[in-house]
Ligand binder design. Structure first.
Ligand code: PLP
Length: 381
């Protein structure tokens, strides 16, 4: 089997047979000439909602990176989540969500899926006993994120998969925070992996996209059916940009992890900081499991301010290199206040986050500049 970066650079991306182009061409055509009525040409393409060669290249690369047989690309991570939820669940079915699920996933389930008769419970997935007691005879899907957003909680993918399977449910892992370079959930027993490719896979904050990868042939067929039936497809240029981004995923993730480790060193023991949340810290509750199932610990770091909400807001306003913005996973460093930004929609629910929390997406700039910037911002905390 080929290595990760070899796949990132070559899987689905052989030189174009027609022209020899080394980089997969950006195919904008919405329709493809046929050899006769009902006779498709060699590539098998017909209409670009059903399949587009640039999207096929991306889907093959995504599948290879996650070590799965089937990859599907979508116009956003939420588009991928929507197609998965509507493929895997029927009215009356029950779904388990992590208690600190991505806010958009929670909103989709709570505000949309419930209208179609889907029931859900939230549970702390780092607690397998709690998961077992949340399972019902109607549970069809367990949704997991690890590390979670923004608290960096860790779920033991192999243990959660075993619980889900013994109750007859499938396990989906939202692998956005780790990226396939750091963690491959299918190999640990997950049935399907979801990505917001907007984040680390795209990696340059210039495209919104989503992906699903699975080894389950029946599920893949249902997903592809709904992808086409509901028109949940990304545009060709979005596919092309995502494919361009993912070639460098391994080197970026190494640098994100290096830089995050240095930022964590600054934060640990800083008088303005009360807690540092990073799975690479030995005292982090999920550290041992993270060390077992992840290659490294990634670029996301959260921390809490001793001075409470106001101190958190002051730090977010004071950085210069860390840009105040939502999203994550790009080459540039970002800072945000989840309680007032990404996680505002879950205020008052079981998913509410502490209001003294700050989340960093540590980029790949020179780390000494990042450390200086954050150190100066912490002066005002
Ligand atoms: C951003 C994100 C999503 C949603 O993806 P979009 O591309 O914004 O639709 C889902 N899960 C996680 C963990 C995310 O960070």
């Amino acid at each position: 089997m080929r290595g990760f970066s070899t796949n990132a650079i070559h899987a689905g991306q052989d030189p174009d047979p027609g022209t020899g182009a080394v980089i997969p061409p950006l195919h904008l055509s919405s329709t493809f000439a046929q050899d006769g009525v009902g006779g498709l040409r060699q590539g098998g393409f017909e209409y670009a909602r059903s399949a587009n060669p640039t999207r096929t290249a991306l889907q093959e690369a995504l599948a290879a990176l996650e070590g799965g047989r089937h990859g599907l690309a979508f116009g956003s991570g939420m588009g991928a989540a929507d197609v998965l939820l509507r493929s895997a669940l029927r009215p009356g079915d029950h779904l388990v969500l992590p208690h600190d699920a991505y806010g958009g996933t929670f909103r989709l389930v709570d505000k949309v899926l419930t209208h179609w008769g889907v029931e859900y419970s939230t549970v702390d997935l780092s607690d397998v006993v709690a998961l077992r007691s949340a399972m019902r005879p109607t549970t069809r899907l367990v949704w997991s994120e690890t590390p979670t957003n923004p608290l960096l909680g860790i779920a033991d993918i192999a243990a959660v998969a075993e619980e889900a399977h013994s109750a007859g449910a499938r396990l989906v892992v939202d692998n956005t925070f780790a990226s396939p370079y750091l963690q491959t959930p299918l190999a640990l027993g997950a049935d399907v992996v979801l990505h917001s490719t907007t984040k680390y896979i795209g990696g340059h904050s210039d495209v919104v996209g989503g992906a699903l990868v699975t080894d389950d042939d029946a599920l893949a067929e249902q997903l592809a059916f709904l992808q086409n039936a509901a028109g949940q497809v990304p545009g060709p240029f979005d596919n092309w940009l995502t494919l361009r981004g993912l070639k460098t995923l391994a080197v970026r993730m190494e640098r994100h992890s290096d830089n995050a480790e240095r930022i964590v060193e600054l934060l640990v023991g800083h008088p303005a900081v009360s807690h540092v949340l990073y799975p690479g810290l030995p005292e982090h509750p999920g550290h041992e499991i993270a060390a077992k199932q992840m290659r490294r610990f990634g670029g996301m770091v959260s921390f809490r301010l001793a001075g409470g909400r106001e101190a958190a807001l002051r730090v977010c306003a004071a950085t210069e290199l860390f840009t105040l913005a939502e999203s994550l996973g790009g080459v540039e460093s970002l800072i945000e206040h989840p309680g007032a930004m990404t996680h505002m929609s879950v205020a008052g629910s079981a998913l509410e986050v502490p209001d003294d929390l700050v989340r960093l997406s540590v980029g790949i700039e020179d780390v000494s500049d990042l450390v200086d910037d954050l150190r100066a911002a912490l002066e005002v905390a």
